[in-house]
Ligand binder design. Structure first.
Ligand code: ZN
Length: 165
């Protein structure tokens, strides 16, 4: 079983063929729900989402949403596995403070971060890991908590985090 790795700063590679990540995405999805990635003694027992680079030495550009604790986020993205996400627009007037913790820093307290509360993103998504079908989303506006989750995970995909920015 994988565990959360010490944060590494490698930028992740684009996912060329979503079929190649299915098995790993299923494992990460389970891990978001059953605590199998949690560092013993961690402040954080579960997560809203997990970026693949947090658990892999071969970082790829995707993150997986916890369908239980972040069901609204999954609804907003229309799926559980968000692949090759990219920001198209940021609403500069929407900056707010977000209090966030990170599974990659299991012993550090939550930190206040400035976030855009309204962004437009493009990505591909796997709706359901049992019957995987990849859908491309050309442009979607996401807001508030869903935007914060997306921005937090995007940082992991870029080899950054709330504690290293
Ligand atoms: Zn994190």
């Amino acid at each position: 079983m994988k565990t959360i790795l010490p944060p590494h700063l490698k930028p992740s590679q684009k996912v060329e063929d979503p079929a190649t990540i299915l098995e790993e995405a299923r494992e990460i999805c389970k891990g978001t729900q059953n605590g199998s990635f949690v560092t013993p003694g961690s402040k954080y027992n579960n997560c809203f989402a997990m970026a693949q680079p947090q658990v892999s030495n071969k970082p790829l550009r995707y993150f997986v949403i916890n369908p239980i604790t972040a069901s609204q986020v999954a609804k907003d993205f229309s799926g559980l596995v968000v692949i090759n996400p990219r920001i198209l627009e940021k609403d500069k007037s929407s900056k707010v403070m977000s209090l966030e913790g990170c599974m990659s820093y299991p012993f550090r307290p939550e930190k206040k971060v400035k976030r855009y509360a309204k962004i437009k993103v493009t990505y591909s998504v796997i709706e359901d890991l049992k019957n995987p079908k990849v859908v491309h989303v050309e442009s979607r506006e996401i807001k508030d908590f869903t935007a914060f989750v997306c921005l937090h995970e995007l940082e992991h995909l870029d080899g950054k985090s709330i504690f290293t920015n």
